[in-house]
Design a protein around this ligand. Sequence first.
Ligand code: HEC
Length: 152
Amino acid sequence: MRRVGAALAMTVAVGLAACGKHEFEPPDRAEQVVEADREFSMALFDSIAWPSDSIRALEGNVVFSTSCRNCHGPLGEGGTDYALERNLQVPSLVTAGWRYAEAPDSIRHRIFVGHVRGMPTWGVAGLTPREIDAVAHYIGAVLRPDVLGDGG
Ligand code: HEC
């Protein structure tokens, strides 16, 4: 009985591996990032208009809470338990002198394209340019001043 069970388990495992190869293999992460980089264009954001910056920030708050907070932390500080459990090195978005601090276009690019080291490719995986614009604004206008003070 034991041996039959083991043989069955083997068959199932081999079957799953085979399926994985032929039908369910996710697109290679590096390829996905390169492809998204090709698709990215600043023109995607040209027609986005907001009634006010506070509405833009509110929308960004919703996006951040839903799609970013698990990994980046409620204040954008990074290094959450969620990320550590998945072996992801998630950087803080709110350090002084952050390389993207004065570069909102680069933040949008980064969110759209993602990164092979675990940052999802949001431009093709779930967020519209409008949502990316909102969350990029939220990082720069709400999270960073909140942590660093307005002079930061
Ligand atoms: C599954 C975990 C995860 C989620 C969810 C996630 N990120 Fe990231 N993020 C990462 C990792 C890991 C990196 C670092 C990649 C690297 O090494 O460059 C990163 C990097 C970044 C960077 C570049 C930071 C820097 O200093 O280089 C930005 C900006 C960013 N994320 C914004 C966001 C936003 C906005 C969201 C939500 C829309 C989000 N991330 C969701 C894991 C995540």
